[in-house]
Structures are given as C-alpha cells and as structure tokens.
Ligand binder design. Structure first.
Ligand code: KIV
Ligand code: ZN
Length: 390
C-alpha cells in the first residue's frame, strides 16, 4: 500500500448549490445547477448538497434532477427539523444512487429562542426528526446550527441524541464565522471524547468566513478528527462566504507533509469549475483570491520573474497545471526586468540580440510607466517600431 493510500481520507462535501446559492444575487438556473453538479461529480466531490427541496418547486426539481444524473457522488438535500421538510427532501433525493438527508436545527440560546423551545423540547424534536429521517434513508446528516455558540454540555447532549436516533454524520457548523482555529479543533476533540457513540459516526466541519478564518478553522477541525469538510467553489456563500473547496483541497495536497489526509478531488479541474461558478453565479473571483484568483499564478516584479524563469519553485508553491492552468502568467509591467522581457519576446517569436533587447527595453519601460499592464500586442508594436527605426 502506498503512503497516500494509508492516509486518512477526508470527504469533500460541496454546498455551492445550497449554501453558495443562498448568497443574495447568486441564483442559478435549473440547467446551470445541473451543469455545476455534473462538474462536481466528475471532479471527485464525495457529497453534493444539491439544494433545499422544500424551499421552492424549482429547488425541488433541481435536487431531483441532480439526484437522477449523479454518477458517483452522494446527493444530499437540506431539511429543517420537521417531518414535512424531511419528507419533501427524501422525495427529491431518493432517486440518487446514494441519497442523503441533511436535517438541522439551531441549538444555541439565540437560535433556541426563535421556535421558542426549551432545552428539553428541542432535544425531543431532534430525537423525533432524526428518527423520522433515518426511517426513510440510511444516510442521515444532522447539524446543530450555530454549534460554535452552543453551550458545550447541551451540544454534547443533543449530538448524543442525534447519534442514538440514527444520524451517520454529525456536522458542526460555525454558522456565523465566529470561531478561531484552536477553538474549532477543541470543539471537535471535546465532542469525540465526551459523546458516547462518537467513534461510530463521521464528524463534519462547516465554516463561514466572516472573520476570514473559514479555511483555517476547517483544517484545524480535520486535525482534531473531523473527516468531512463542507465547502463551496470560490468560497461562495452567505455574507463573507463558506470555506473555499479549492483552498482546503490544495492546502491538504501542498502541505500533506504536515496534514497527512487525502481527498479524491481531481485538482486539475479546479480552475475550470471556478470560472464556471463565477459566470453562472455572477460573483467574480477577486484578483488576489488564493488558488483561483487571476493573480494567484501571476508575477510582475523583475526579481520574481527572473527567479521564476530560472526555477519556478522560487516563487510558486504549486504548479499552475495542478489546478488545470496552462502556465504561470508573467505580467509585463513597470516592475518587470530584462530577463522577463527577453523570455516574453522569445515566446512572441523574437530572439533578441543584446543591443536589440536594450533598445526595446528602454521603450518598454517608458510605455510601462504610462500603462498598468503591457500586453503582447504592445510589445509587438514596440518591436515593429524598433525594426522600422533601424
Ligand atoms: O451555516 C449553517 O449553519 C448551515 C446549516 C444549515 C448547516 O448552513
Ligand atoms: Zn452554512
């Protein structure tokens, strides 16, 4: 057995089509959802949360269609803690080769106040709804929403109830992006130590990015024993978004030396799906976004470009091809040096002698001072001027 095969497997649960689509303005059409689900399935996502079937006829239809089309991924639908939601969810996912019902209720004091349930009444509701879901489906995920702001004793109590009622995955949501890495790890560790039956189920981590810590919190939870990460493409999601799939997957790949866990994601498909989700959701990816931002594999400064031309590892910890990009982008601008200009001109078909390079370089710098980025066409124009001045 290879070293990688021996490593603990971490399941990737993608919720782009559910939590991601809940971002105001990110609504996708039926066809777009099917297309994204097919891409997720093909890239090796373990569980696709396809939607919230009770929310609308459209959501129900999309979840049912995705359930029928999925080839390998488990298809999951979301349901609140009531029989009507759960039945509707089951109706939608039951066509999948591997269906899952995900039911949840807010367990923190603030969330308990909304349905006006006391601790015992809520515990009973959890028992009844998880039992109901489990009678319909063998694969049931339960989430105590706002888990990171729920009293520890109560959290242990309700997690135990959900496990006894048949939940196979317990998801621990940081619903408002409030936790920090050490606390995220401690919470999973505490539940694994204190809750009877915890070793028979999978713990999941579901983080939001309100304080910019969603990826760090998810990875910390994995180190403490969570074995499912809930995430979205491009980190799409409510408010500041969810843990970004591309970030956790690439972190586990690149830093496998210190985080020896494996996923089944074909990382070469990341760039393509990132672009497609940006287009269909209407949420562009910020230029400096980790992994998939336009500048994530771009270099402009002379020192960096020179280093990159000599050995890409000088300034890159991943290869562009790892995420399906053809090559690093050496952006030509005022910080670029001679080495990059020579390489760029060579790509464009000009093998310049030193005196020619000097001439073009002076004019390139003058142009770069006036323009943010110097494109290939600009360089070709400089080259044409240089030839006609000779
Ligand atoms: O953030 C959250 O708590 C959720 C739950 C529905 C799992 O998305
Ligand atoms: Zn969420």
């Amino acid at each position: 057995m290879t070293e990688t095969a021996k490593q603990d497997r971490v399941l990737i649960f993608d919720t782009t089509l559910r939590d991601g689509e809940q971002s105001p303005g990110a609504t996708m059409t039926h066809e777009e959802k099917l297309e994204i689900a097919a891409m997720l399935d093909e890239m090796g996502v373990d569980v696709i949360e396809a939607g919230f079937p009770i929310a609308s006829e459209g959501d129900f239809d999309a979840v049912s269609a995705i359930a029928r089309q999925a080839e390998t991924a488990t298809i999951c639908g979301l349901a609140r803690a009531n029989f009507k939601d759960i039945d509707r969810c089951w109706e939608a996912v039951r066509h999948a080769r591997s269906p899952r019902i995900h039911t949840f209720i807010g367990t923190s004091p603030l969330h308990r106040a909304i349905p006006n349930l006391d601790q015992d009444e809520m515990a009973q509701r959890i028992h009844d709804t998880v039992t109901h879901a489990r009678n319909l489906c063998d694969n049931v995920q339960w989430s105590p929403m706002d888990a990171t702001r729920t009293e520890h004793d109560y959290l242990c109590r309700v997690v135990e109830i959900a496990i006894r009622a048949g939940a196979t995955t317990i998801n621990i949501p940081d619903t408002v992006g409030y936790t920090a890495p050490r606390e995220s790890a401690d919470l999973i560790r505490m539940l694994r130590e204190r809750v009877p039956g915890a070793d028979a189920i999978t713990f999941a981590t579901h983080c939001h990015n309100d304080l910019g810590m969603a990826t760090a919190n998810a990875l910390a939870a994995v180190e403490a024993g969570a074995r499912q990460i809930e995430c979205t493409i491009n980190g799409l999601g409510e408010r500041a978004g969810n843990t970004a799939l591309e970030e956790v997957v690439m972190a586990l790949k690149v830093r496998n030396d210190i985080m020896p866990y494996r996923t089944c994601i074909d990382t070469t498909k990341i760039m393509n799906i990132s672009r497609r989700v940006a287009t269909v959701s209407g949420f562009p990816v910020q230029y400096n976004k980790a992994i998939v931002g336009k500048n994530a594999f771009a270099h402009e400064s002379g020192i960096h470009q020179d280093g990159m031309l000599k050995n890409a590892e000088t300034f890159e910890i991943m290869r562009p091809s790892d995420i399906g990009l053809k090559e690093t982008n050496l952006v030509m601008g005022k910080h670029s040096g001679r080495a990059a200009l020579r390489a760029k001109m060579k790509d464009l078909g000009y093998d310049l002698a030193d005196n020619q390079l000097n001439d073009v370089f002076v004019r390139f710098k003058a142009l770069a001072d006036r323009k943010k980025e110097v494109y290939d066409d600009d360089l070709l124009a400089l080259m044409r001027d240089s030839v006609s001045n000779e």
